[in-house]
Design a protein around this ligand. Structure first.
Ligand code: ADP
Length: 255
């Protein structure tokens, strides 16, 4: 794949064709490198809890222990198993986004859907969500409803996780330049400027998330990005460290 067709010919049709083929080869090479990195990262992420689990069981088998010690070690083993199943479930969710089933679009009324998700997530996580709609008339869009629900759930889950319990999270719906827009806004720890693009990469977590011991796999936003790309949605983020973050979903203009 490192090979390229020599391009010293004239700038005619053959020259242009050579250029296109070389461009395609470069893109293919990049995709293969990304895929290899992903497989190696995924294996590494699974190996860590597996090693902890093995260590715990080896300690247990070495000599008889008190009931309390057994309970503690088994608790730790269960935590490693939970961690592995979280990673596997998220990896499956990510793989499913590539199967093409998320491409089917249907008409969705955005205000009703966002209100419903806000209610459901606030109840499930015991948090307050301020729902704000800039318009009262229904906003009809064409999208894959299941994908949109997953995108919103992942963004809300992060807003809850990375902001203090007592700070409400805002869910805003409206229009921007004639396009429907949804925003998830929190008053949490924020994101470092140099991490604003990295947070969408699989397995990337900010140092603060790792150090705080907050549960997570680093796959939630990778899923958001994949689903958004597939559905033609634009997802962007603005953030200020220590003040909070604002994730925006922009929908395609309805022609
Ligand atoms: P995770 O499972 O770690 O939450 P995500 O892919 O959802 O994985 O997010 C990647 C990283 O981006 C998180 O670990 C966190 O550091 C950062 N992040 C995502 N959302 C927010 C947010 N609302 N506020 C602050 N940091 C965030």
């Amino acid at each position: 794949l490192n090979e390229r067709i020599p391009q010293n010919g004239p700038n005619d049709e053959i020259g242009q064709l050579t250029q296109s083929i070389n461009g395609l080869l470069s893109r293919l090479e990049q995709a293969i490198i990304r895929e290899k990195q992903f497989t190696s990262d995924a294996s590494h992420e699974l190996r860590t809890p597996l090693a902890v689990l093995r260590g715990t069981l080896e300690v247990l088998i070495r000599k008889p222990r008190s009931t309390e010690e057994y309970e503690l070690k088994i608790q730790s083993a269960l935590q490693s198993i939970d961690r592995m199943s979280d990673i596997i479930n998220q990896l499956l969710a990510l793989a499913r986004t590539e199967s093409g089933t998320n491409m089917v679009k249907e008409e969705v009324e955005l205000i009703t859907l966002c209100e419903e998700i806000a209610d459901e997530q606030a109840k499930e996580k015991g948090r307050t969500i301020r729902f704000e709609s800039a318009v009262s008339a229904p906003i009809f869009i064409m999208c894959n409803e299941k994908s949109l629900r997953m995108i919103l759930r992942n963004l809300l889950a992060n807003a809850f996780k990375y902001s203090p319990q007592e700070c409400p999270v805002r869910l805003k719906v409206g229009y921007l330049d004639g396009r429907a827009i949804v925003q998830v806004i929190d008053q949490g720890e924020g994101i470092l400027p140099e991490n604003l693009t990295k947070i969408f990469d699989p397995f990337f977590r900010q140092q603060s998330a790792l150090e705080s011991g907050k549960p997570g796999t680093g796959l939630g936003l990778a899923i958001v990005r994949k689903l958004a790309d597939e559905g033609g949605l634009e997802v962007s983020v603005r953030s200020e460290l220590g003040k909070g973050s604002e994730f925006t979903i922009l929908f395609p203009r309805i022609s």
